[in-house]
Ligand binder design. Sequence first.
Ligand code: 4H7
Length: 249
Amino acid sequence: MRVDVLTTFPEMFAVEAPAALGVSIPGRAARAGLVEVVATDIRGFAANKHRKTDDRPFGGGPGMVMMCQPLWDAVMHVEALDPRAATRVLLSPQGRPLTQGLVEELAGRSRLLLIAGHYEGIDERVVEALEPLEVSLGDYVLSGGELAAMVVIDAVVRLLPGVLGDGESAGQDSFSKAPGAGGRRLLDCPHYTKPREWMGRAVPEVLLSGDHARIEAWRLAQRVERTRARRPDLLGAGGDGADSAGAGG
Ligand code: 4H7
């Protein structure tokens, strides 16, 4: 997969350690050639002599607005670097909430183009013209879309074929569809490792039993109970938890 990021802070996307995308699973995936993340500076496409990518808002008010032309030209340039059609994604507080279903959908695309906004926001006309899938991490404001773009990259990359090893399948993660539970998206079960007893707290006996059927049944029951207690919305009380990502946009 190729992932392009349009940003005015491309240095945030460095793949050399200790950058965020250079360590752990995303770093390993990049070194294995399973993903290529290319950050391009929108400022390089500013046509004006001051290399400005923002200007004052029509109608007045505080702050600045990202201009249409530099962003449009940057998208056209970056898209022409690779023949594969890019799925354009704008990280925005007004976007569709990011869920594991949407992450799975994005992981199926061969090319993503993530757009990180700044200032008060982006001139609406370039958003209309680009028709990106607008995606939000949640109901809070970030100073820029870069960290949101990195969250999307991390969540998507770990689902690409060959990225996770045998010992780290995504199938048991929180929000993965639980096969024994009608394909519902459940929270993860609790995990334990050595020692068997720590500060007077024992590991649940079933996990030491060696009885794999019992262990799997216990884990599934824990997932259902945790989901009921912490996230009943995922079990369909009121909503069906369906988020399987349509075309979007
Ligand atoms: C697009 C439009 C994503 C992107 C406006 C991005 C939160 C999320 C941004 C803005 C983001 C999320 C620029 C509006 C900074 C607010 C102070 C970038 N914030 N911003 N302003 N929830 N910010 O996913």
